[in-house]
Design a protein around this ligand. Structure first.
Ligand SMILES: [Zn+2]
Length: 175
């Protein structure tokens, strides 16, 4: 890759990257959303076809409508109310980022969002950390090294995204 040519998607993928701001509940695989919703009997998804669901999410996110944008999180948060679901989402998050060439990621999540079915903050933090650990280990097996900084944030202060002001806890996960 020279400086004068535009890199291809494949080249961009291979370049090591640092991701400084991501949300755990904002990056689920469409297939996983569908699987988890079927497991818990969640009926509010706009479609149960993974490809159509991916398009729906993309359109909602690019719609410039806050209502539509927030609707995407209503679905992802709804299917992340059990330990198993949180572990799966965090594991896939780490793997998918690593496959995209991310070597360092700061991923945040507000534990308060995942307490609808009675999970405690401790259980949520434990499940999230376990999921990242599994994902980081799995990525390492594929020869992709990633370090995840897991940020647990205060939902009430979510609107303020500066690191110090809404941080509850920070855990580092690496292979
Ligand atoms: Zn954010």
């Amino acid at each position: 890759m020279s400086l004068t040519s535009t890199p291809t998607d494949e080249q961009i993928k291979r370049v090591p990257k640092a991701l400084l701001h991501d949300h755990l509940d904002g990056g689920l695989r469409p297939q996983t959303i569908i699987e988890l919703s079927q497991k818990i009997g969640y009926k509010k998804l706009p479609t149960e076809d993974p490809e159509k669901l991916a398009i729906w999410f993309e359109e909602a996110c690019n719609s410039h409508s806050l209502v539509r944008y927030l609707e995407t999180f209503a679905h992802t948060v709804a299917v992340m109310q059990t330990k198993e679901a949180i572990i799966q989402v965090a594991r896939e998050c780490a793997i998918d980022l690593a496959r995209d060439g991310v070597v360092y990621a700061e991923v945040r999540g507000a534990p308060e969002l995942f307490t609808e079915q009675g999970l405690t903050f401790d259980q949520i933090i434990e499940a999230t950390t376990e999921g990242y650990k599994q994902g980081v280990a799995e990525a390492a097996k594929e020869g992709k090294k990633i370090r995840v900084e897991s940020y647990f944030v205060d939902l009430g202060k979510m609107i303020n995204h500066s690191r110090q002001q809404n941080l509850l806890l920070n855990i580092e996960i690496k292979a």
